[in-house]
Design a binder for this molecule. Structure first.
Ligand code: NDP
Ligand code: 2IT
Length: 453
């Protein structure tokens, strides 16, 4: 049967057997289509039914989370952990707390994580989890009780050599702390079961910064290959959370000027550059509204979401040389990329997971816009999580610059691998194809080595 038909049949059966998971199908389709040239040259993957096995998680855990709010009312949420693939190492991937979380979203994130983790060159399998819990507007006590209730069930399924969760949207150092405390209370173990821990109790220096820093290192690798760099360039960034913040900081260090950031309510545009320390204080420390920034920089503009042109993301209407989507999935669509292109944008580098729609990606590839795909570009976070695991396992503590130097080298090796693989399959520079094939190959070969499991 022609390979195209094999892929179509698998996509069809995936839709039939797991209905209502649009984001998951989107992630699967992108990977499977990218694999066509590899599958054509290496029949072993089809002979061993690797694709059919790969799209089914090894295990999906769905559980009830019950907690009490400040008024004494009992609240319920749904908790998830999808342990997708352990061919190359223990399950590893973040936890997302956001009202939009459902099984399809956790599965898309877990599926992407398999290939991302493989690309890092480290021994970590793919997983993701989270809850439809909305941290916004909750008190400190409510956040703590929710995290404890969530961990009281999750603790049964995780372990330092089995499954090691970390943060994602809505889960940062505070939430990891509350979950770690509960894990310790339940198990009596002080071990490396979570990453993104506090620096006093097993965390790694530079983990907080790693995803944003790694994303900028990746972008610089792409540009260097073209004989260019970020120095002196105007950049746009979406999001105002962990990834966006440290992307902004590192862009300044590379000599670029990041002029935007955003959250779910609106965006900031400061043509002189977003001030990192002010933004950090507003979002990371005080957890305030973005518009608060105007009190410090009255010349900046705040644009609320309902003032964006319909069907577009306001951030991408600002002219830039490079765009760093760093908020959430499908936040950059065909119209956005057309606007960016029209305004002279040369590079889109994905800090978030799957931020560009398939139509936007197709447009970038067709119009030779440089494209750093999420699996590769944002892998610095999970890679540094693995460095945290290494330090925990060997009872060491590395300096900031030791960790940052390793992160820098890992991002370069991911770029080199994705680039070399794109060249091998006659699509030089198509890093989506290169990252998907290179990430897949290591996992698939390991699955074959390990037999029918
Ligand atoms: P945070 O929770 O720290 O920040 C998320 C930011 O994105 C916030 O500004 C939030 O705004 C905004 N946002 C979230 N959802 C939406 C939405 N539906 N519409 C508009 N804005 C939204 O998360 P992170 O920075 O950690 O994560 C950002 C992205 O990066 C995600 O795609 C995540 O999967 C990915 N990622 C994260 C890694 C990490 O180490 N943390 C590693 C690799 C990838 P608001 O506060 O108003 O909701
Ligand atoms: O999407 C991701 O790579 C993360 N949220 C980080 C995962 C991790 O285990 O550090």
């Amino acid at each position: 049967m022609p390979i195209k038909h094999v892929i179509e049949r698998l996509l069809h059966s995936t839709r039939q057997s797991t209905p209502g998971q649009a984001e998951f199908y989107q992630a699967v389709e992108e990977v499977l289509v990218s694999l066509e040239p590899l599958l054509a040259s290496e029949p072993k993957y089809l002979h061993n039914n690797v694709l059919e096995r790969l799209v089914i998680p090894e295990r999906q855990i769905i559980f009830r989370v019950v907690w009490m709010d400040d008024s004494g009312k009992i609240q319920t949420n749904i908790g998830y952990r999808v342990q997708f693939n352990s061919a190359i190492g223990p399950y590893k991937g973040g936890l997302r707390f956001h009202p939009s979380v459902n099984l399809g979203i956790v599965k898309f994130l877990g599926f992407e994580q398999i290939f991302k983790n493989s690309l890092t060159g480290l021994a970590i399998g793919g997983a993701k989890g989270g809850s439809n819990f909305d941290p916004k507007g909750k008190s400190e006590g409510e956040i703590m009780r929710f995290c404890q209730a969530f961990m009281s069930e999750l603790a049964k399924y995780v372990g330092e050599t089995k499954d090691i969760p970390a943060g994602d949207i809505g889960v940062g150092g505070r939430e990891i702390g509350y979950m770690y405390g509960e894990y310790k209370r339940l198990t009596g173990r002080f071990d490396g079961v979570l990453t993104g821990k506090g620096l006093n109790w097993g965390g790694s220096l530079a983990r907080t910064e790693a995803t944003g820093y790694g994303s900028v290192y990746f972008a610089e690798n792409i540009l260097n290959k073209q004989g260019d760099s970020l120095k002196g360039k105007i950049c746009t960034v979406s999001g105002a959370g962990n990834v966006a913040l440290y992307t902004i900081q590192k862009l300044y260090e590379m000599g670029a000027t990041p002029v935007t950031c955003s959250d779910s309510k609106g965006m900031l545009y400061d043509k002189d550059g977003i001030d990192f320390n002010t933004l950090k204080t507003i979002k990371e420390i005080k957890r305030q509204e973005l518009s608060e920034y105007l009190k410090h920089y009255p010349n900046a503009r705040y644009i609320p979401v309902d003032a964006y042109e319909k069907g577009t993301n306001g951030v991408w209407s600002i002219p830039c040389f490079a765009a760093f989507p760093s908020a959430t999935q499908n936040e950059l669509n065909l119209r956005d990329i057309q606007t960016l292109h029209h305004n002279g944008c040369r590079l889109v580098n994905e800090g978030a997971n799957m931020p560009s729609t398939p139509e936007a990606i197709a447009y970038m590839l067709a119009n030779r816009i440089l494209y750093g795909p999420a699996k590769a570009a944002n892998a610095g976070g999970v890679a540094t999580s693995q460095l945290e695991m290494s330090q925990n396992a060997s009872m060491q503590k590395w300096s900031f610059s030791e960790v940052d130097t390793k992160l820098h080298a890992i991002m370069k090796s991911i770029f080199d691998l994705a680039y070399a693989t794109s060249k091998e399959f006659n699509e030089e520079g198509n890093l989506m194809l290169g990252a998907n094939i290179a990430g897949f190959r290591k996992v698939a070969d390991s699955m074959i080595d390990q037999g029918a499991v």
